[in-house]
Ligand binder design. Structure first.
Ligand SMILES: NC(=O)c1ccc[n+]([C@@H]2O[C@H](COP(=O)([O-])OP(=O)(O)OC[C@H]3O[C@@H](n4cnc5c(N)ncnc54)[C@H](O)[C@@H]3O)[C@@H](O)[C@H]2O)c1
Length: 252
């Protein structure tokens, strides 16, 4: 029997991309999945796909930057399925490339509000629910958790912050049986990446992005989901780690 059978998992940003692939994988392993997203149609579509495959999932509308909605998301997990064993804090945004001097403060605050404040709020509520019972949390960082990215100052800063939150919370709660780690992808074939590629001024932008990764291609969301599932459920001695999954990009 799968170790996820009957367990309860929250996945934020599960209306598409990496989040949807992760929610589907948890459900395929027998977990009951709370699909959280601020886009209701997209989130419901993930639930429908899980149900069609015989899995168990329910949608909760949640903007991770809003404290009351994050608290309600965790309450939904517990009131619907009885407990919370796993959480994947994946919701994030990555706007188009813009030279640093042209960044607006509004845009900076929006990225920080979702990518940093959102992960912080999720950690706060999920940990409070897991205390005394244990659990495992995976935050989704990025290659940009470890490196600066020209024209993406706030995205890179926000993903560095995700790693800081991950490490600090992990140190605090490792002794209470709550493991907290981050999975940090390179380029993954999702809506975010399509937007980014669209803002690169080159005809062969997609090829350039793929070739920038030593493996020579862009990852699928399912490849990242497999890594998240492994970190969440199997990496039992991994604590406070930022696991880079980037086709070799950071190795250079
Ligand atoms: N795609 C990549 O190349 C790549 C690389 C590294 C890291 N990441 C990270 O992976 C995570 C998932 O991105 P993706 O590529 O799957 O993108 P995506 O756009 O396909 O999916 C993101 C999902 O998050 C949801 N979302 C956005 N803001 C939200 C909010 N405030 N509250 C709730 N839901 C919200 C969106 O509605 C969407 O369904 C992000 O944190 C992103 O930074 C992506």
């Amino acid at each position: 029997m799968s170790k996820f059978e009957g367990k309860v998992a929250i996945v934020t940003g599960a209306g598409g991309g990496i989040g949807r692939a992760t929610a589907k994988l948890f459900a395929a392993q027998g977990a009951k999945v709370v699909v959280a997203d601020y886009q209701a149609d997209a989130g419901q579509e993930t639930v429908d796909q899980i149900a069609a495959a015989g899995g168990t999932a329910s949608f909760v509308a949640c903007d991770v930057s809003v404290p009351e909605q994050v608290a309600a998301m965790v309450r939904h997990a517990v009131s619907t399925y009885g407990e919370l064993n796993y959480a994947v804090n994946n919701a994030g945004i990555d706007p188009e490339f813009t030279p640093v001097a042209d960044w607006s403060l509004d845009k900076f605050d929006r990225i920080m509000g979702i990518n940093v404040r959102g992960v912080f709020l999720c950690l706060k509520e999920e940990i409070a629910q897991m205390q005394g019972k244990g659990g495992s949390i995976v935050n989704v960082g990025s290659f940009a958790s470890f490196a600066g990215v020209p024209n993406k100052p706030s995205y890179s800063a926000s993903k560095h912050a995700v790693l800081g939150l991950t490490r600090s919370a992990a140190l605090q709660y490792a002794g209470e049986g709550i493991r907290i780690n981050a999975v940090c992808p390179g380029a993954v074939r999702t809506a975010i990446l399509d937007d980014n590629i669209g803002s690169i001024p080159a005809d062969n932008a997609e090829e350039l992005v793929a070739q920038n990764h030593p493996i020579g291609r862009i990852a699928t969301p399912e490849e990242i989901a497999e890594t998240i599932l492994w970190v969440a459920g199997s990496a039992s001695y991994m604590v406070g780690h930022g696991l880079i999954v980037d086709g070799g990009l950071a190795a250079g």
